[in-house]
Design a protein around this ligand. Structure first.
Ligand code: SAM
Ligand code: SF4
Ligand code: SF4
Length: 336
């Protein structure tokens, strides 16, 4: 649904940040139950009509592309369990955008032909442990072997793979160097993500591993001469490094202790069609109802981005946050 009236001006917020990256959550459901993402008792799903259909996802995406969005990432819940996800991938690939996906890779082997057809080049896969028992404990399912063999399959099929590792103190922080060792012979990018607070995920300051802690471990293991800083992309979220002589690289995403809001270009669209202008914003804008009422989406989108806070959803007392004062959706209903 390209709006003929649109002035095609990019979406720029009041801090001058151009928003050209849309992350679309396709579903709140998942085939895993990662403890840091899905609340212990799950989430109460809404009736089906409250979620975007595949046609509505495509219609809304087209409006954003008309407003200068050049990159779309599909996420979830688990995006690859959305009904008709293959149709969404193919239709979005016809737009002038870079299309990518964040997935747990449990069933991605069935989608390789579609992803190739859609010219998807880069895939982010979540894997929080290289130990089978531990991975299965964190994700509360038994798919370790499948995920690992699917990552290998993706690499064999020439996709660029980033592996997302959410580090939690006492759970998997002893594996930092094991993950980095994987990059020595494999062209893979490991991204250590700081554990972030969302409803129902038992977050606490004492469970986070900071940027400096990770680098201290790296220095201790490989020496200060053993690794180098490499370039961060524009609008980066991750600070990147590599071991000298390694094929792959590793990065650190530290939204809490070292945020990167000054170059934020991200807009999130939840599976129930709400714009979340920041991962931590408490206000949402219902784009799906507006679409169904045939209202002007461009104006609504611009207004939402215009109200975006400079940093972390305006949560200025972030440092004082405790698990009891978190007010946000569970991560599984946002999409990372
Ligand atoms: N199911 C897909 C997956 O796991 O890759 C896509 C959705 S998942 C919500 C997107 C990303 O968010 C994953 O890389 C996951 O590790 C990350 N994530 C979820 N909860 C998080 C938390 N509390 N802190 C940091 N990252 C989190
Ligand atoms: Fe599912 Fe991804 Fe959340 Fe794990 S992180 S529960 S795989 S949505
Ligand atoms: Fe952007 Fe919000 Fe994340 Fe900062 S916290 S980088 S403003 S989404």
């Amino acid at each position: 649904m390209i709006d003929e009236k649109s002035n095609n001006q990019p979406i720029i917020d009041k801090y001058g940040r151009k928003h050209n990256y849309l992350r679309i959550s396709l579903t709140e459901r998942c085939n895993l139950r990662c403890s840091y993402c899905m609340p212990e008792n799950g989430v109460i799903l809404k009736e089906k009509s409250k979620y975007m259909t595949s046609e509505e996802v495509i219609d809304i995406a087209k409006v954003f592309v008309n407003l200068g969005v050049t990159k779309i990432r599909l996420t979830g819940g688990e995006p690859l369990i959305k009904k008709n996800v293959d149709k969404i991938i193919i239709e979005l690939s016809k737009l002038p955008i870079e299309l990518s996906i964040t997935t747990n890779a449990v069933n991605i082997n069935q989608f390789i032909p579609i992803l190739k057809k859609a010219k998807v080049k880069s895939i982010n896969v979540s894997l929080d442990s290289l130990k089978e028992e531990r991975f299965n404990k964190i994700s509360k399912r038994n798919y370790f072997q499948r995920v690992v063999s699917n990552i290998k399959l993706l690499i064999k099929n020439n996709f660029n793979i980033k592996v997302n590792v959410v580090l939690i103190k006492g759970i998997n922080d002893d594996e930092i160097c094991d993950f980095i060792n994987w990059t020595i012979q494999t062209k893979i990018n490991i991204r250590f993500i700081e554990f972030m607070p969302f409803d129902g995920n038992n977050w606490g300051w004492n469970k986070k591993i900071s940027y400096n802690e990770i680098l201290r471990k790296v220095e201790k293991n490989y020496g200060s001469e053993g690794y180098i800083k490499i370039n961060d992309n524009t609008n980066y979220t991750s600070r990147n490094f590599k071991l000298k002589g390694s094929k792959g690289s590793f990065g650190i995403i530290s939204t809490i202790t070292n945020p990167f809001c000054d170059s934020c270009n991200r807009i999130r669209l939840t599976a129930d069609g709400k714009i979340k202008n920041c991962l931590f914003s408490q206000n949402e804008t219902n784009l799906l109802s507006a679409l169904r009422q045939k209202r002007d989406l461009e104006e609504i989108i611009r207004k939402s981005i215009d109200s975006k806070h400079y940093e972390r959803g305006g949560n200025i007392s972030f440092e004082k946050l405790t698990e009891k004062t978190i007010k946000n959706r569970p991560m599984i209903t946002i999409g990372g």
